[in-house]
Design a protein around this ligand. Sequence first.
Ligand SMILES: [Zn+2]
Length: 78
Amino acid sequence: MKTMTCRQLGGPCELRHRSNTADEVIKAQDRHLKDVVAGGDDSHRDALKEMKGRWRHPISGMGWYRAVKRDFAMMTDD
Ligand SMILES: [Zn+2]
């Protein structure tokens, strides 16, 4: 298992996502952003907007996706 924080994924807080794959970490971050913004958190709004933009523009969003995958691959296991 590896850990990436909300901040490492473009968000504003230090919440930790633990997973075996970068895909799952990205999905967890996506869920986290939606959850906290739905709960009235303003600090995550921009990060959520960027995340949504990436799904809408998969080509330009791919750069971010690849960077996260690379960072994840370079991290050491917990
Ligand atoms: Zn967060």
